[in-house]
Write a protein that binds this ligand. Structure first.
Ligand code: UD1
Length: 430
């Protein structure tokens, strides 16, 4: 069984480079379907989720060329089918973006309903409502989201909830619709803006991405382009928290500090030092943490994908902290695992009441989903003794070279593949 073995207690010190944004990459890879010309994408993170998206494209006839580990050329001139329902597609969340780009280019598509992390019910009603507003017939048939339109016509779409997925999917469909589309109550996340910039570099006309109202003027055709994906806000935030909870000193490089403001401000509030420069942030933690309150919100609020990581830090803060999850209803499943490390947390509905403890101690735990899994790694780095984490396939969906990057900062962490390797690790570190 593949596991991460961690011997906690080392402060993380040094510099780490952040990769391209996973959630932007998923929208952008799907966007490559919108043209028959070649699209070259740089800074693509080398992750399970991006590999699944590329494999799905390849299976339907796209030509994929890996220029180097993070640069990919995609040509979707000869697409054999508009049905995307392989096993990989069913497992990840971002595969629903194929629905938008298939509808945009081919005016039809059949995409297996997405899986992804089990953090709540995650409906796709807003995606469906938006596609319908553009003139498509939309149904769920045999586990697939099926769309068909004689023509797509621009429309006013008001999203009932702020949804990253629906905003990106509707942009993908609307760029090739006739006339003007308005997406109101749109998500403003950095990766929404990045997908819009990518589509504009293919010849789309999208304005207002990053605000509540996105305006799209449909064009007849999109062309090839060369595009570099923005840095991953959540990978960067996870390293900021890892620096903080290990009482370390880490320079997190190749990031956009503006995207990190909600996280930086919480770290400052609890007593860390945070220094920003043009494309890096240094986090230094030397004092005990103060308690605080956090509520997850759509961007520019505190990201739900950083909620488990901040809970880990507050689990070690003085006093009582309150964390409210306002985006997904089932995102505290990791708390039981954190309790095994000694955390004192009570969950009531969508609120976690955290009584800070002096220290965590190592234990055997399991990653329940991607971000919670990463947070448990961060907790293990701060814990006394050895922590072993199962189900690391979740973590690998979203963090490239996670153990290697942490080890380069002085963490004792290793991916082990067998009992024998685990014993070897334990023997080496004690
Ligand atoms: C994306 C991210 C995920 C992140 C989340 C919120 C990807 C692949 N995943 O997920 O990492 O945690 O944004 O930043 O980019 N909702 C509806 N109906 C819909 C769509 C969403 O009710 O049709 C609700 C959801 O249940 C949730 C809220 O809207 O309560 C936000 O979801 P959304 O922003 O769509 O999240 P995802 O796109 O699934």
């Amino acid at each position: 069984m593949r596991q991460y073995a961690i011997k906690g207690g080392n402060p993380l010190v040094g510099e780490v480079e952040i990769g391209g944004a996973k959630n932007a990459a998923l929208g952008i890879i799907a966007g490559a379907l919108l043209t028959d010309e070649t699209v070259e994408i740089e800074n693509v993170p080398d992750l399970r989720d991006t590999a699944v998206m590329l494999e799905a494209l390849k299976e339907v006839g796209a030509k994929i060329e890996k220029v180097d580990r993070h640069t990919i050329r995609i040509n979707c001139a000869n697409i054999l089918t508009t049905k995307f329902d392989n096993d990989g597609v069913k497992r990840i969340r971002g595969s629903y973006y194929f629905a938008g780009s298939l509808l945009g280019r081919f005016k039809e598509g059949e995409v297996a309903l997405p899986g992804g992390c089990n953090i709540g019910s995650r409906p796709v009603d807003q995606h469906m409502k938006g596609f319908r507003a553009l003139g498509a017939d939309v149904d769920i048939e045999h586990g697939c989201l099926v769309t068909r339109a004689d023509a797509l016509v621009g429309s006013h779409i008001f999203l009932d909830v702020v949804s990253v997925g629906a905003t990106i999917n509707l942009m993908l469909a609307a760029v090739l619709a006739q006339g003007q589309t308005y997406i109101e109550n749109a998500a403003k996340e950095p990766h929404v803006v990045d997908v819009a910039n990518f589509l504009n570099s293919m010849g789309a006309v999208i304005k207002g991405a990053g605000t509540d109202v996105i305006r799209i003027k449909g064009v007849e055709k999109l062309h090839g382009c060369h595009y570099s994906i923005i840095p991953d806000q959540i990978e960067a935030g996870t390293f900021m928290l890892a620096a903080a909870v290990t009482k370390g000193d880490v320079l997190i490089k190749n990031i956009i500090p503006k995207h990190m403001e909600s996280i930086s401000s919480k770290l400052l509030e609890i007593g860390c030092e945070v220094e920003e420069s043009d494309d890096a942030i240094r986090v230094v933690a030397s004092k005990p943490f103060r308690h605080t309150q956090v509520k997850t919100m759509p961007y520019p609020g505190f990201p739900t994908d950083m909620q488990p990581q901040i809970v880990v830090a507050l689990g070690l803060a003085d006093g009582t902290s309150i964390v409210t999850e306002s985006i997904f209803e089932n995102r505290f499943r990791y708390v039981d695992e954190l309790t095994r490390l000694g955390a004192n947390i009570k969950v009531e509905g969508n609120t976690a009441i955290i009584e800070g403890v002096n220290k965590f101690t190592g234990a055997n735990i399991s990653a329940p989903d991607l971000r919670a899994g990463a947070a448990l790694v961060v907790a293990g780095l701060a814990a006394e003794g050895i922590t072993v984490i199962d189900d690391i396939h979740y973590i690998e969906r979203g963090y490239e070279d996670f153990p290697e990057k942490l080890a380069s900062l002085g963490a004792e962490i290793k991916l082990v593949d067998s009992d024998e390797e685990l014993q070897k690790f334990k023997f080496k570190v004690v």
